[in-house]
Design a protein around this ligand. Sequence first.
Ligand code: UDP
Ligand code: MG
Length: 316
Amino acid sequence: MKKISLIVPCYNEEECLALYDAEMSKVIEQMKDYIFEIIYIDDGSEDKTLEIVRSLAEKRAYVRYISFSRNFGKEAAMYAGFCNVTGDYIAIMDADLQDPPELLKNMVKILETGEYDSVATRRVNREGEPRIRSFFAKMFYKIINKISDADIIDGARDYRLMKREMVDVIVAMCERNRFSKGIFGWIGFRTYWYPYENIERAAGRTKWNFGKLFKYSLEGIINFSHTPLHIASYLGVGCTGISLIAILFIIIRKLLFGDPVQGWASNTCVILFLGGIQLFCIGITSEYIAKMYTEIKERPHYIVRECSDDTIKKLG
Ligand code: UDP
Ligand code: MG
């Protein structure tokens, strides 16, 4: 019998967990040909999430849990899940029921055909999301697909079912600056994209605001593309070219017309413009250096404070 592992990152999900458990247990009940394991990752929640998860582990034999020493973010929670699951098929699922447990049945069927290594979900609409957020999300997908090797489909969710082989590769990619959507695309394998209508959160509130999403998208671009560095180089080459032409122009004008004192305003503009470009380029380079600094320190992705069993890695 094949085993399916579900990784459920939870940060302040006290309102959703009972609903999730009820929905998921119904689906598990219907999939009798498989053994299940659910690993809840309590990502340093400040509410009653840990207590609820503990009681779920007591109530259901297939539930395991990991509780972090603080909030490490969803990426770290997913990584902790990947490092500790034991199933043949592994799925990532949000606790807020935005990733419908119902879909799992069809996703497993598709994986069983043997044609694919993973089944990933894709929202076909963004109903319920602020327009401005959808606009920037669309722009982000367009840009990142143009300038990087990470093949990310617009509307792609983290909700996906993968074969063990794929998860082993993801665990081996132990980079600290994690952008899983990019990693899933970058490692390749054959993926089936499963479309579904967007669903709003069952309860509670999203943990993402515009600022956090903006930072996350920059993370994606910097992690999977060198194009910003190339832009800095091209700007440097462009400015040097323009200044050479300007120098030639000034020399010729001096030879032809003498050197009348003028152009203070244009001089100042040029200095400010070049200063701006230089700072911009240093800024881009610094972003990459900062990422390298984080990688070099090799700090753990997550620290476990409490967990359901001894097989769980306390640091990872
Ligand atoms: N999450 C997490 N750590 C965080 C933020 C979120 O584990 O720091 C979890 C959260 O509990 C949920 C999932 O990640 O299960 C997705 O979060 P959310 O629903 O807030 O994101 P959205 O669906 O709005 O993109
Ligand atoms: Mg959500």
